[in-house]
Design a protein around this ligand. Structure first.
Ligand code: NAD
Length: 276
């Protein structure tokens, strides 16, 4: 990897992931290549996409346009909900690779457990094959609850490297993070700034003013200091830069604690136990 201020997190299979990246949920397909290339120019080396975002092609194009070597960029994509199951899962992965124009992904995730469909164990077995043949360098899950993780632990061979879940100051997921820690699964935080809603929080604003940073920078810093892997989304170049400029300051322990204390169980996305 090239010179970067972003620390790596070592996953349970020994591979490493840059702790800060950029997410491209809701980035229009036609804008994606440009935004990805902009982010890579700023210094990001980790892109989080998904089949369901309909912009994998733009992600691949942006990586190629950046002029960086494929190995210098960490790319995550996700297996979409309609593609669970052994055969569909394999076909979905082939399609993602083709759209990305890549011969491997760094991390492949099951996007949602869909417990009512009861296909995630079978889907995971396909993920294990993709991992064994090296086309997914690491495999993980998203929106899994402790019971879904424990079922994989009991029935599967490979433990997920990460679980990507909704997580922001008013929804800190402390019990789930504890389970991750016990199982050796890294926590990835989606909607890290609550899709923008947490930027208006008074406590965050007070800390931001005191440390001379923006609310977004304070929240990203909080994620990094509590150990989350994080990829805020923006399509605005100035914000893409702002969200990356978080490696020349630190929050003190009391500020980290007061942000963690904002937890209000404020889930904004679907409940993974109910969503099918
Ligand atoms: P986010 O919390 O990153 O918020 C994004 C929004 O915040 C932007 O649209 C922008 O309006 C605003 N914003 C960003 N930076 C800002 C700044 N510096 N100042 C002011 N406003 C700013 O929300 P997200 O996009 O939902 O989550 C991030 C990424 O997580 C996604 O892009 C995607 O990659 C991933 N994600 C995964 C799942 C999943 O089910 N696995 C679900 C949602 C998102």
């Amino acid at each position: 990897m090239t010179d970067t201020p972003v620390p790596d997190v070592t996953l349970n299979n020994g591979s490493t992931i840059p702790q800060l990246g950029i997410g491209v949920f809701q980035v229009p397909p036609e804008d994606t290549a440009k935004i990805v290339a902009t982010a890579l120019d700023v210094g990001y080396r980790h892109i989080d996409t998904a089949a369901l975002y309909d912009n994998e092609e733009g992600v691949g194009q942006g990586v190629r346009d950046s002029g960086l070597a494929r190995d210098d960029v960490f790319v995550t994509t996700k297996l979409g909900n309609p593609d669970q199951g052994a055969e569909r899962g394999l076909a979905a992965f082939e399609r993602s690779l083709q759209l990305l124009g890549m011969d491997y992904v760094d991390l492949y995730l099951i996007h949602w457990p869909l417990p009512g469909k009861d296909l995630y164990v079978e889907t995971w077995q396909t993920m294990e094959k993709l991992y064994a043949d090296g086309r997914a360098r690491a495999i993980g899950v998203s929106n899994f609850q402790p019971n879904h993780l424990r079922r994989l632990q009991a029935e599967a061979t490979v433990l997920p490297a990460v679980n990507q879940v909704e997580l922001h100051p008013t929804f800190t997921q402390a019990p789930l993070r504890e389970v991750h820690q016990q199982m050796g699964i890294a926590t990835q935080a989606w909607a890290p700034i609550g899709q923008g809603a947490e930027l208006d929080n008074a406590t965050v604003g007070e800390i931001a003013e005191r440390v001379g940073r923006t609310p977004a920078q304070v929240i990203v810093r909080w994620h990094l200091q509590i150990g989350n892997i994080v990829f805020p989304k923006s399509v605005t170049p100035a914000r893409i830069e702002e969200n990356f400029a978080v490696f020349d300051f630190e929050l003190d322990d009391s500020d980290v604690a007061s942000i963690s204390a904002l937890d209000a169980g404020n889930r904004t996305g679907p409940d993974p136990d109910q969503f099918n």
